[in-house]
Design a protein around this ligand. Structure first.
Ligand code: PBG
Length: 330
């Protein structure tokens, strides 16, 4: 028999009913915590992506509808990723500077549909280079830092002139945030938000994304000389410190779930918003398990995204954004 005094503290008391659990809940997930990554095609029809079931490359004509859907769902921003036509990919990635490229046309479409949503663009050369690297490559195959930064500055300005609200350098070159910030200021774009992919790891989880943007099979070598070693966490803090000092308005950790310790360390240490990118491979894992009848999507996706919030993330880039927003709104 349990005595009358045992136990005085019963933590289960706070779990007794839904209203009580809601009252003591420490973290919340809302659609405002979601950023929706959107793939673009120059073709006229939506294109399925074999390794990302349920995700499409969207034609320009579909974007106004997508933007209105995001607004209705309470999703604050879209992140754009172009599948550049093969004949526009060159070793120097110059299509990134074309004011009429796919991303710039997409920004214009979105902005003419609504100004109630933020448009975020990726700054990196990989959708435009024939070799699939995020930067310019020398004869020995090395990715050049400073020459690449010059291109990235031009790319970012090109996107901002087209109307981008947030530029997100994902290339991992040294000094690019400062260089982009200086050029934006010099050009009068003082309100453009820079979300720096500060701690971006050289990860196997980007595989399906590379299919989506047509980079799979192109890449010579790997990205380990610029993206971070998955073994390192302290180095992530050094990357974040530099990006904040160079003028980043928010920072990002990527991939997501396997790097929640890094999200937490960055959130504990820095006073800028921290975002996480739950990447294509993470999406594919969930969808494969759901398709096999092994997991219930509606249970595990919100649980996963809540874990990012618990770790300290202000928000998450996730391909599940519209699905979760719908669920949260229901
Ligand atoms: C490219 C970029 C990548 C992702 C976002 N921007 C891929 C890479 O670095 O190879 C990955 C996103 C995902 O996997 O969902 N600069």
């Amino acid at each position: 028999m349990i005595s009358g005094q045992f136990p005085a503290t019963r933590l289960r008391r706070n779990r007794r009913a839904p209203w009580l659990r809601a009252m003591v809940r420490e973290t919340r997930l809302t659609p405002a915590n979601l950023i929706w990554p959107v793939f673009l095609t120059a073709g006229p029809e939506p294109e399925p992506i074999a390794t990302m079931p349920g995700v499409m490359r969207h034609p320009l004509g579909a974007l106004a509808g997508l933007a209105r859907e995001a607004v209705a769902l309470g999703i604050p921003a879209l992140a754009l990723f172009p599948n550049t036509p093969a004949d526009r990919r060159t070793d120097d990635g110059r299509e990134a500077l074309n004011p009429d490229n796919l991303v710039c046309r997409a920004i214009a479409e979105l902005k003419s549909a609504t100004d109630a949503i933020g448009v975020m663009t990726d700054v990196a050369l990989d959708p435009y280079t024939a070799h699939g690297h995020d930067g310019l490559v020398d004869a020995a195959g090395h990715v050049l830092n400073d020459a690449t930064v010059d291109m990235l500055v031009g790319q970012a300005l090109n996107q901002v002139r087209a109307g981008a609200d947030i530029v997100a350098p994902s290339d991992m070159m040294d000094g690019r945030v400062g260089a982009i910030r200086r050029s934006l200021e010099a050009d009068g774009f003082v309100d453009t938000h820079i979300m720096a992919y500060s701690a971006k790891y050289a990860s196997g989880f980007y595989g399906p994304f590379r299919d989506a943007v047509g980079a799979a099979g192109r890449l010579r070598g790997d990205k380990a000389t610029y993206q971070m070693d998955p073994a390192n966490a302290r180095e992530a803090l050094a990357e974040v410190a530099l990006d904040v000092a160079e003028g980043a308005d928010s920072v990002m950790v990527k991939p997501g779930l396997p790097y929640l310790d890094v999200v937490k360390a960055v959130a504990d240490r820095f006073d800028v918003p921290v975002f996480a990118y739950c990447v294509s491979g993470e999406y594919a894992m969930i969808e494969a398990a759901v398709a096999a009848g092994m997991l219930a999507r509606d249970r595990v996706v919100p649980e996963m995204l809540l874990a990012f919030r618990r770790a300290g993330a202000a928000g998450v880039l996730t391909y599940h954004a519209p699905m979760v927003a719908r669920l949260l709104g229901a």
